[in-house]
Design a protein around this ligand. Sequence first.
Ligand code: NAD
Ligand code: MG
Length: 384
Amino acid sequence: MSGITILGSTGSIGVNTLDVIRQHPGRYEVVALTAHTSVDKLYEQCLEWHPRYAVLRDESAAEQLQNRLASSLPDIEVLAGEAGLEKVAALPEVSIVMAAIVGAAGLLSTLAAAQAGKKVLLANKEALVMSGQLFMDAISRNQATLLPIDSEHNAIFQCLFNQDKNAVERILLTASGGPFRTWSPEQLADVTPAQACAHPNWEMGQKISVDSATMMNKGLEVIEAHWLFNLPTEQIEVLIHPQSVIHSLVEYADGSLLAQLGNPDMRTPIAYGLAWPQRMASGVARLDLTRVAKLNFEAADFSRFPCLQLAYEALIAGGTTTTILNAANEVAVDAFLNQKLAFTQIAAIIEQTLGHISGRPAQTLEVILEDDQQAREFATAKLT
Ligand code: NAD
Ligand code: MG
């Protein structure tokens, strides 16, 4: 049995991960489950999975969980705070860590898993966007294994596996285009959080849903691809593909394009990551190509979706510029979700933050966290 910690077990990726594990009794032991404040959901997961550890980032939520478990499952150790997350990411009895916390909040625990040499299943793309080189160094220095769970990167990983890496000409990251792919700039000005969170093909957490609607998600994925596959920006392209059936492609020197296809269901990349280098059932419905019938493609529109442009520019600028981009985006998306910022102002806040704070070499964690904090403060001040 492989011991697994799921960071962010109550979220969309976390719940899908448990669903895949449920289909393979005896193969994985759920050692630790974690969440931010969701006491009820984590309590239910504890009843089903009986992990050794349950962690809540929020201290008072942890106390509530502790009280509820005291009568039913007193042997589950309840931990709180960042220290609890980092501890369960590095336990000796754990070999696999699913990093599925959303945003910068997942950086330190994901890094702890890398430093402990785990098989890291990376869904938390923001961690890599913030700390690119530092994170990749932690993986290689500690002989950790990094498996991308983001569907596009998982597809590319599959299309690169056992291939001649020197013959890669470019990768094509597919993007559905989100719910507003065909909307005019005027329509975009009045978008509500509910509209932005209603993604046509995927069911996801709120933050990534808004990122998909602004296309910042694809921008973050370009940066993620740069670090995961060690490719220069010029070799990473975005291709709009509204059906989300082709999850991404790799083009080789001989003109071959390798693609991975499947229904848009995160349980496929999750099962791939869990079983790698083997494969196992995921519970995902088979893709019926005769029902799909047509696959469409178009170029990305950088003018209606300026976040994509900002992400490319931040990647080219390098260093902590992508940390600043990510931090400003998190602040702006949160403000949009709380109806304190218009949809089209998300990009404006990020642009202003990038214009005000200069990136610098991202050599240490201190520098990264400092620039993250500075960007958050500046972006927050711009909201009012
Ligand atoms: P979600 O909002 O559904 O879940 C987030 C999880 O993180 C929850 O368990 C929550 O309790 C926990 N969390 C939130 N804030 C926290 C904090 N401050 N401290 C500790 N824990 C915290 O998000 P999601 O859609 O599952 O996405 C998770 C990550 O996976 C994101 O980085 C996202 O970009 C990435 N991802 C998600 C999908 C998807 O289909 N949902 C696809 C690709 C990549
Ligand atoms: Mg993705």
